[in-house]
Design a protein around this ligand. Structure first.
Ligand code: KG4
Ligand code: ZN
Length: 347
């Protein structure tokens, strides 16, 4: 019996690697849902100096860190490469140079240890982060994915089977947080800083617009909201008025969260479902989590959200997604390449 056939009966141990943006991460995940280790080396402090992620610096830093991060993931999980059943790696979407570091590393380990290789979609990873702490969550469900690069409302029909119901027409939700944070002088990354400052502000102080797309109820648009915040700041500056930054942060955040909540709840109801999950960096936003929870309670919907550490980029989520791909027989060849604009559901 070959190693893969034996795996049908025994636990499946996957080493997962994630390097699509500014986090170098590795994790060991058992049977898709049990995280034995989750090591994240963040480059945020480095990129903060430049006000955002510098792709060239990100790639170089991944190269420096990746072996160390993998070694730590194996040690923490108390396993060696010989105990593994497969290697899962993010191969898109993301920054091409950053992705290539993880992909090349995963291919090298796969080749050296004769281990199956599974290329994973980054957003599929974010969605699958919900499986880690919610052992009873199974498709179908609706998932709102809100990260720095993506805002997708997704119907998860089965493991690895997705229907995109809506997406942003312009900025991603996290991008809007980052741009508004920069405008009010909070720096990068904006999301967590706005989240914190908004706690001291009045969310009803300023009525920022909540964009709706006429012909498509599930699509999002955040660039108008961002411009409206910038206009408000410029207007105040020209009149010589001081701006209450906490009020701006809280009012902006409310405008984003209101739209995210209303679209997500409508999607769940119209799909005749009773489960809603959220995913991605913005899903760690405290106001969004609270507002979504309240709306779900009101509408009899079960609400799932990963702990904040599994919302922002990490490799455990890649291990969770990779497990279900692996079980389905998905295998990548040693010609696996980085695909910076990989679409969800595509291979
Ligand atoms: O999922 P993620 O780590 O990386 C991408 O795949 O893009 O998301 C990063 C984004 C950034 O835009 C960051 O500002 C935002 O998530 N973010 C937050 C919070 N924490 C991270 N946005 C709002 N509130 C937060 N607490
Ligand atoms: Zn991400």
């Amino acid at each position: 019996m070959c190693k893969e056939e034996m795996n049908e009966q025994k636990d499946i141990l996957i080493l997962a690697i994630e390097s699509s943006c500014d986090e170098t991460a590795a994790a060991v995940v058992k049977n898709g849902r049990e995280v034995l280790s989750n090591i994240i080396s963040s480059q945020i402090a480095l990129h903060t100096l430049y006000g955002g992620v510098v792709p060239e610096i990100a790639s170089r830093k991944h190269i420096e860190k990746i072996n160390q991060v993998i070694e730590e993931a194996l040690q923490t999980a108390d396993v060696t490469l010989d105990d593994l059943d497969a290697i899962a790696v993010t191969y898109g979407p993301g920054l091409v140079g950053a992705l290539l570091v993880g992909v090349a590393e995963a291919k090298a380990i796969s080749y050296a240890k004769h281990l199956p290789l599974v290329g994973v979609h980054h957003i599929e990873g974010h969605i699958s982060a919900n499986y880690i702490e919610n052992k009873d969550l199974e498709p179908p469900f609706i998932c709102l994915v809100v990260s720095g690069g993506h805002t997708h409302l997704v119907k998860v029909q089965d493991y690895g089977v997705y229907e995109i119901l809506g997406r942003t027409r312009d900025d991603a939700a996290g991008e809007a947080f980052d741009k508004v944070a920069r405008a009010i002088g909070l720096g990068y990354p904006g999301g967590p800083k706005i989240d914190k400052l908004a706690k001291e502000g009045n969310p009803d102080a300023i009525a920022f617009p909540k964009a709706k797309i006429a012909d498509s109820p599930y699509d999002f648009s955040f660039s108008g909201l961002k411009s409206s915040v910038l206009n408000y700041l410029n207007g105040a500056k020209m009149k010589g008025e001081t701006v209450n930054r906490a009020d701006v942060a809280a009012s902006f955040q409310k405008a984003v969260c209101d739209v995210l909540v209303s679209h997500a709840i409508t999607a769940v109801k119209e799909a005749g479902m009773d489960k809603l999950a959220i995913a991605g960096g913005v899903a760690s936003n405290s106001t969004l989590r609270a507002a979504m929870e309240t709306a779900c309670e009101k509408n009899g919907i079960r609400f799932f959200r990963p702990s904040p550490i599994f919302c922002t980029d990490n490799a455990a989520m890649i291990g969770a997604a990779g497990y279900y791909d692996f079980k389905k027989g998905v295998r990548s060849g040693l010609d696996l390449n980085a695909v910076p604009n990989l679409k969800l559901g595509e291979r």
